[in-house]
Ligand binder design. Structure first.
Ligand code: ADP
Ligand code: MG
Length: 191
């Protein structure tokens, strides 16, 4: 099935989630992330502000802040994303597409992150990711300067066995759903 059709289908399914489901699953997903060494050991992370029923991230911000990790949020600049360090959720304001973005603050280069947490419309078991079709994350990560780990957050219903993949598509290292935490890397690749 082409990317476009999968997006449409899965966005409709995600839209149909009730607020109670979002809250319950959202808490479970964020708690699962806290259990990973990746999160515990992270010092500088990129996070996102959820829109359109994406997995919530408020608990992650609070947990990371209380552990004195640096957290940056993306904002859209010239068809790309730049990341700005945020010290309080009040620093976020509505930007392009109605997404809460940092208004001002210090820019964090992609190379500084040890963890980047990304939303998605769909993911697959090999770490493949489908976004809204604008390739923002593919583009910002495409220059090869990112040295950290990529974590995709999604509800179990957004997880498919295999998504169409193009050469520019970046792969997630970890995917967290309310039911499981999937480490997608081949053991050999981790050596
Ligand atoms: P998404 O990842 O949002 O689902 P796609 O993977 O379909 O979207 O990418 C959308 C478009 O973004 C691609 O057709 C391509 O033109 C552009 N794109 C993605 N990655 C890059 C890149 N690294 N450099 C330049 N353009 C890119
Ligand atoms: Mg892509």
């Amino acid at each position: 099935m082409p990317k476009k059709l999968i997006r449409k289908e899965l966005l409709a399914q995600r839209r149909a989630l009730s607020s109670a489901e979002r809250l319950l699953y959202g808490q479970a997903i964020q708690c699962r992330l806290f259990e990973t060494a990746l999160f515990r050991e992270s010092r500088v992370m990129g996070l996102y502000s959820p829109v359109r029923n994406e997995v919530p991230t408020g608990d992650i911000f609070r947990e990371a802040s209380s552990r004195r990790k640096r957290v940056a949020y993306p904002r859209v600049r010239d068809a790309s994303l730049e990341f700005i360090e945020v010290s309080a959720l009040d620093d976020l304001d509505k930007g392009v597409f109605g997404i809460l973005e940092p208004k001002k603050g210090c820019r964090v280069a992609i190379a500084e992150f040890d963890l980047l947490i990304v939303p998605g419309v769909a993911f697959d078991l090999e770490g493949g990711r489908l976004g809204y079709g604008k390739g923002f994350y593919d583009r910002v990560l495409g220059d090869g300067s990112f040295r950290g780990r990529l974590v995709g957050l999604c509800y179990e219903m957004q997880l498919l066995p295999h998504l169409p993949r193009e050469s520019h598509d970046v792969l997630m290292d970890v995917i967290v759903t309310e039911k499981r935490t999937i480490f997608t890397e081949e053991p050999e690749a981790a050596l």
